[in-house]
Design a binder for this molecule. Sequence first.
Ligand code: SIN
Length: 298
Amino acid sequence: MSSQTADVLGSIRVRPLHAAPASPGLGAEITGVDLRAIDDTDFATIHRAWVDHQVLLFRGQSLSDPDLAAFSRRFGDLDHAPIQENGQTIASFMPEIYVVSNVIENGVAIGSLGYGEAVWHTDMSYLRSPPKASMLYALEIPPTGGDTSFVDMYEAFEALPPSLRDRALGLRVKHDGTYNSGGYVRQGVTPTDDPRDAPGTMHPLVCTHPDSGRRMLYLGRRRMAWLEGFGLAESEALLDEIWAHATRKQFVWTHEWRVGDLVLWDNRCTMHRRDPFDEKTRRVMHRTQVKGAAPPAA
Ligand code: SIN
């Protein structure tokens, strides 16, 4: 979409990145803004664009951890970062900053999720009150790989075949708390093969977004998911069908990172995944998360 057709408000421009036929479309780039110095009008524009486009890209930012936290707090109180895979509770000097990195310094990983694929997921949806927003800021990126993709869970719901949509309404799914998206077992959890015994939280499979009022699929992550009240085989079969549909390319936008990019996503109506990259290269990202509430059933 050209800048002529983008929304222009003050010096901030909102440029949709992925025009969808029936909605504002997943992903927009916000230009003309330094996130260290926004006023209430700028923030209102950003908030509106976040609700409309679900994922926002801000290029060329220059943020310290306190700057990142200050911008994040505009959206609400921040969650403390989850425990790192190496057992450290805090990887930065600020408890709100989660370090996503493959870098090892003096034999110790400075962050989480390594260099492998991070599978499709919603951040921390194994909690009763998952974060409503996440932000990832790129400090170092590898020359290739490590792209992050986002999937539009509104579109995924709206495009379900009617019979599957009717079946999905009213169901609840367990969001597993055993593994993180890099496949690492979370601290203090003993893995089990049966999702019915695994730690996690039931959420409605189809929710209504509290800000947009739109209905969306709310899946969390595939591994160890379970549909409440179903036999294991029946649950696996239906979840496979829904996941194959929800992660189709037509609902996905992929971001190739540059240093200084900040990507902000609505953690309720999107899922994300990360491509693997060469373990000999460095990738360092700092993430914050804004406290939220469980999205209500549709
Ligand atoms: C995440 O899953 O929160 C991190 C995604 C990424 O490293 O790009």
